[in-house]
Design a binder for this molecule. Structure first.
Ligand code: ZN
Length: 352
C-alpha cells in the first residue's frame, strides 16, 4: 500500500497529550478534600503552563540507529525541569528507583510491540530515541507526551498511584507520538477523540501482548492499578464498556459514551477528546472480539495501517469507519469475516 506523503512535522505535532482528562481533575477540584483539591489544581495549572511552553522544546532527540531500541530515563527530582538528570540509558542495569525501571521496561515493551508486530522502528519509524522523565513535579497526577518525550508524575498516592505503574498508560502516551508522525490527528473534536482512541487501542494492545491474552480473555480496561485502593473504580477507561471504569465521590463518574446517540457535544476537554473516544474505542473492541484471537494480529493491523497510511489530520469518526472497513477488505478480502466484523462494529456504535 502506498504511503501518502507526510505533512511537515511542524503541522502535525499534537499538543500536550495527558492521560487524565480535565473533567476528572475538575471533579477532584470540586468534590475532593482540601488536599485533593490542591493536587488537582496544581496538576491542572501545571498542564496549562506546559502547553504554553511546549513549542519551545524543539526536536532535539533524533538518533539515526535503525532497528535499535534506545531508551533514556531521566529524573526530574520533583521539579518541573525537563528532561532532568539521566538515571538509566539503554542497556544499563536496573536502578534502585522503581519508577525509572518501570518507565524503562514499559517503553521497551512498547518499542518491541511496534517493531515485532508492525516492523515500525520507534515513534518516527526512524529509530527516534525514547526519552522519559519520572518524578515530574510534586505529587503530580498525570502523565503526558509533550511532543518530544514522555513525562510521568508520582501521583498523589490517595487518588492516583505513580503513573509508571501501568504499561498501557506508557504505551498510550508513546502512541500519541506515533500519531503525531503519521495521521497527525488534530487534537479537538472527533479527530482529537480518534487521536485519544488510537492511543488507548495500542496502549491496551501492548498490555494484551505482554500478558498473552486474546481478545475474549482480556478485560479491556485502561489504567488498571492506577487508581489508589480506596477509589471506587477499576481503571480510567473501559473499551469493553465505556462509561463504567469508575464511579467515585471524588473522581465523579466515567463520562464515556459507547454510542453516537450519547456523544458529548460540549467544549470541555477540547470538545470531549477523552470522552467521545469511548465510541471508536468500543468499535475497536467489537471488531477485535468478533474477529477473535489476539487483537493485535488482525484488528490491530487494520487500525495501524489506517493510522499510518490513510487517515490525516481532519479525519472524523465516519472517515475512520470507512477507512478501517476499506483496509480490512484490502488486507483480508472484500468478502472476509474480518471486513464484516469491522463494519458490524461501526454499525453497532452508530457511526455508519
Ligand atoms: Zn492521551
Amino acid at each position: 500500500m502506498a504511503r501518502k506523503n507526510k505533512k511537515s512535522l511542524h503541522n502535525t505535532r499534537c499538543p500536550i497529550c495527558c492521560i487524565l482528562p480535565p473533567h476528572l481533575l475538575q471533579s477532584v477540584a470540586i468534590n475532593g478534600e482540601s488536599h485533593h483539591r490542591n493536587w488537582a489544581f496544581q496538576t491542572l495549572n501545571l498542564s496549562a503552563q506546559i502547553r504554553g511552553r511546549r513549542d519551545a522544546v524543539g526536536n532535539l532527540f533524533f538518533a539515526p540507529s535503525p532497528g535499535v531500541k534506545r531508551r533514556t530515563i531521566y529524573n526530574a527530582k520533583n521539579t518541573q525541569n525537563l528532561p532532568g538528570i539521566l538515571v538509566r540509558g539503554e542497556g544499563d542495569p536496573p536502578t534502585t528507583d522503581i519508577a525509572a525501571n518501570e518507565a524503562y521496561d514499559a517503553t521497551g515493551a512498547t518499542y518491541d510491540f511496534f517493531y515485532e508486530v508492525f516492523e515500525r522502528n520507534s515513534i518516527d519509524d526512524k529509530g527516534l530515541r525514547l526519552d522519559s522523565t519520572v518524578h515530574f513535579g510534586v505529587e503530580y497526577d498525570n502523565a503526558f507526551w509533550n511532543g518530544d518525550q514522555m513525562v510521568y508524575g508520582d501521583g498523589d498516592g490517595e487518588l492516583f498511584q505513580r503513573f509508571t505503574k501501568c504499561v498501557d498508560i506508557i504505551a498510550h502516551e508513546l502512541t500519541h507520538g506515533i500519531t503525531q508522525y503519521e495521521a497527525g490527528l488534530d487534537y479537538n473534536g472527533e479527530s482529537g477523540a480518534l487521536n485519544e482512541s488510537f492511543a488507548d487501542v495500542f496502549g491496551i494492545l501492548v498490555k494484551q501482548r505482554l500478558e498473552n491474552e486474546t481478545a475474549l480473555e482480556t478485560d479491556w480496561m485502561m489504567g488498571e492499578g492506577l487508581l489508589a485502593p480506596n477509589v471506587k473504580g477499576t481503571g480510567i477507561r473501559s473499551l469493553k464498556a465505556p462509561g463504567t471504569a469508575y464511579d467515585d465521590p471524588v473522581l465523579g463518574k466515567d463520562p464515556q459514551p459507547a454510542h453516537m446517540r450519547d456523544k458529548y457535544m460540549g467544549d470541555d476537554d477540547n470538545g470531549g477528546v477523552h470522552i467521545n473516544s469511548g465510541i471508536p474505542n468500543h468499535a475497536f473492541y467489537l471488531a477485535a472480539t468478533e474477529i477473535g484471537g489476539y487483537a493485535w494480529e488482525k484488528a490491530g493491523k487494520i487500525w495501524y495501517i489506517s493510522l499510518r497510511d490513510r487517515l490525516r489530520n481532519k479525519a472524523d469518526f465516519k472517515t475512520a469507519a470507512d477507512t478501517t472497513i476499506k483496509v480490512a477488505g484490502e488486507l483480508y478480502g472484500v468478502d472476509s469475516s474480518e471486513k464484516t466484523a469491522v463494519e458490524n462494529a461501526w454499525l453497532k456504535v452508530g457511526v455508519i
